[in-house]
Design a protein around this ligand. Structure first.
Ligand SMILES: [Zn+2]
Length: 316
């Protein structure tokens, strides 16, 4: 059995939509209830995160954007972008706590006190870029964790695997010209789904050219198509890149039951992807793996997927 940590804070439930919205506190509540009922909390270490240090967040986001976000929450604005990225009075603080959750997970694994960590955090992060939040995301949690590992633990090369059904455009933009972070995203094809990026020819820029890899999937794709991508596209790329640490942007909205997309992964598909990233971490990174929750909006498939994901990481 691996030493697995679960990051969670009850204050994550304080980020509350002012209108009916798929990214709700109930998602995380249901996840934690499931992990408890499945007796997975007693087999794992509970990590209570703190607010991310400003310096760690500023490694990814502009000061001006942070100030805008803080002011918008204090004013009582209901959305960030006049779209569907909602805010409440607590949202700024809770987004710092969410980024702090990814940092806490990264720290525990980098220090060696735990083998792997799953971060049950919200709001999600992978659509947030340096100066803009979007797609339900305020701060880019996984990007903050990657920069933190490089700054505080002298980790060199990091692999980010983003299997949320939406392209991780924010994460891609943060590391577009950075050859030290390899960003891989598998998602529904941008012609059919938000945010409309993540095409095959988006491969990074300048020194970062070749360190971004996108696998857009046709609507209706499922386990077989994803297996081919993990085996024949991701694995050879990782063999060339040779990361020292693996971060996962774990969205569970590619499950067939999720209402926001048209990818048809089954539970076995999620099990396969989890085993694949564990295998890559074991081969190249001494097993160092931190998985960070992104999307997943259908409560039943979300909780089932996460139970499988956590069980696989625990290796009972
Ligand atoms: Zn998503």
């Amino acid at each position: 059995m691996k030493r697995l940590g679960i990051v969670y804070h009850p204050d994550y439930l304080l980020h509350v939509p002012p209108f009916e919205h798929p990214e709700s506190p109930e998602r995380l509540q249901a996840v934690m209830e499931r992990l408890e009922k499945a007796k997975l909390l007693e087999k794992t270490a509970q990590i209570t995160p703190e607010f991310a240090d400003e310096g760690d967040v500023l490694a990814v986001h502009d000061r001006k954007y942070l100030d805008q976000l803080e002011k918008a929450c204090r004013r009582g604005d209901m959305t960030l972008d006049a779209g569907d990225t909602y805010l409440c009075r607590h949202s700024y603080n809770i987004s710092l706590l969410s980024a702090g959750g990814a940092i806490a997970g990264a720290k525990a694994v980098a220090e060696g006190s735990l083998d792997r960590v799953f971060c049950a955090i919200r709001p999600p992060g992978h659509h947030a870029s340096r100066d803009v939040g979007m797609g339900f995301c305020l701060l880019n949690n996984v990007a903050v964790a990657a920069k933190y590992l490089q700054a505080r633990f002298d980790v060199g090369k990091i692999l980010i695997v983003d299997w949320d059904v939406h392209h991780g455009n924010g994460t891609q933009s943060v590391f577009l010209e950075d050859p030290s972070v390899f960003f891989f995203s598998v998602h529904e094809h941008p012609t059919f789904i938000y945010p409309g990026t993540g095409r095959r020819w988006e491969i990074g820029k300048g020194k970062g050219e070749g360190a971004t890899l996108n696998a857009p999937m046709a609507p209706g794709s499922g386990d077989d198509e994803y297996r081919v991508v993990f085996d024949q596209v991701l694995t050879p790329a990782v063999e060339r890149f040779r990361p020292e640490f693996v971060l996962v942007s774990a969205g569970f909205d590619a499950h067939a039951d999720d209402p926001l997309a048209d990818i048809r992964l089954s539970y076995e598909g999620y099990r396969y992807m989890t085993r694949a990233v564990i295998g890559l971490a074991e081969r190249f990174c001494g097993g160092k793996l931190v998985s960070v929750l992104e999307g997943g909006y259908e409560i039943s498939s979300l909780t089932n997927c996460i139970e499988i994901h956590v069980r696989e990481m625990l290796e009972e």
